[in-house]
Design a protein around this ligand. Structure first.
Ligand SMILES: [Fe+2]
Ligand SMILES: [Fe+2]
Length: 387
């Protein structure tokens, strides 16, 4: 374990050791610059909601009125940072097996950007949260997805292949978009100001997922029922990421103004009343509607007569929330049947060992529509692809 960093530069040195330890070659970043970016204008001047509404946003930690709020912010920034580094640990081995140079570029760029997001969160921890912040920034380099020690379940799941990668960027990175969006109106100005540039980068990740899945459908090699099972796996995981139902920490975060609702500014403008006990369900609902619409668009690509792809109900296969561990169908109904029938149902709905075997075969075919990298992508050196 490295020593506790006292400055951000010292932390950056430890970050270099993390890259080596997890096997991420810094050359894969090409000309991408790991840097700290703020959009101060978009962050706003005044606290936008909660008990401190109308006061000036906090720019330094001494201005934060209570230790509880400071702790709440610290933990939120830590969790966000944890997901950024975790996803690199989950994905980096995929570069070796990229289906095309374009995909190799896209995955390497996503990983470069996730590292920048992790930098950004650690910069906040190192700059504004004293020794406690330094300790958390250091721990972000020490937990590891491959050891299962990252803070959230989805970020410890192995991602053995590219079908998982496209589902993950489609469904899990899209959860990230919602989390960043909800932090973008934060009363802590440096956090709010961090979100604009991160959201911009995140949109490339979602696009990579959605496009990849469309290209898979167009290639017509991977059977649609199998594709659906991988959707089910990652959709239920992503549903979990919105947290427990009736969460008191989400409620406090709102009262303190540190994390808003999805589209908070629009909702305030429209005078949409906040139901503080239901914040996680509310954002999960928006997310669910968005992915359902995205998958519906994909259905336009299916061959005639094919059963449409769908997004499983929020009740299905949950590990967090009021339906956790319960037996619900992909339509959201309570499952009727005995243990053996439930096992059989899961066998139909979730990826099975045989799928993993079959995929190895499919991956040797033209399983995804070809896409060539642009000259700009090649020249960036990202993913180290050659012209
Ligand atoms: Fe990210
Ligand atoms: Fe991302």
């Amino acid at each position: 374990m490295s020593e506790l960093p006292t400055t951000f530069d010292e932390w950056v040195e430890n970050f270099g050791e993390w890259q080596t330890r997890v096997g991420f070659d810094p050359a894969w970043i090409g000309d991408f610059e790991l840097s700290i970016k703020f959009d101060w204008e978009r962050a706003g001047e005044q606290i936008e909601f909660g008990d401190y509404k109308g006061r000036k946003k906090w720019e330094r930690s001494l201005q934060i009125p209570h230790q509880n709020i400071r702790d709440g912010l610290l933990s939120m920034i830590t969790v966000q940072g944890d997901t950024e580094f975790a996803s690199v640990e989950q994905q980096k081995h995929l570069l070796e097996t990229a289906p095309t140079d374009y995909d190799r570029y896209a995955a390497a760029r996503i990983m470069a950007e996730e590292q920048r997001h992790g930098w950004q969160m650690c910069y906040l921890l190192m700059t504004y949260f004293g020794q406690q912040g330094a300790r958390e920034a250091q721990k972000l380099l020490e937990r590891n997805a491959q050891e299962g020690s990252r803070l959230l379940g989805a970020f410890n799941r192995p991602m053995p292949h590219w079908l998982d990668f496209f589902c993950y960027t489609m469904f899990v990175d899209r959860d990230g978009k919602y989390q960043l969006g909800m932090l973008s109106t934060s009363s802590f100005k440096p956090l709010a100001a961090s979100m604009g540039p991160m959201l911009k980068e995140e949109s490339f990740h979602l696009g990579t997922g959605a496009n990849g899945l469309r290209r898979i459908i167009k290639a017509g090699v991977i059977p649609l029922d199998m594709l659906q099972r991988y959707f089910n796996k990652w959709v239920s995981t992503a549903h979990d990421l919105f947290g427990t139902d009736t969460s008191t920490s989400a409620e406090w975060a709102y009262v303190w103004g540190i994390k808003g609702r999805w589209d908070e500014r629009k909702k305030l403008e429209e005078g949409l009343e906040v139901i503080k006990e239901n914040l996680n369900e509310e954002s999960r609902g928006h997310y669910h509607d968005e992915i359902a619409a995205e998958v519906e668009k994909m259905n336009g690509l299916l061959p005639e007569g094919a059963a449409p792809l769908y997004v499983a109900h929020e009740n299905f296969n949950r590990e967090i929330g009021s339906c956790a561990g319960g037996r619900y169908t992909v339509e959201g109904h309570a499952f009727e049947g005995d243990d053996a029938e439930w096992e059989e149902y899961l066998h139909q709905m979730m990826p099975r060992a045989q799928d993993e075997e079959d995929l190895k075969k499919y991956f040797e075919e033209e399983w995804i529509e070809f896409r060539a990298p642009t000259r700009m992508m090649i020249e960036s050196g990202i993913g180290q692809i050659k012209a």
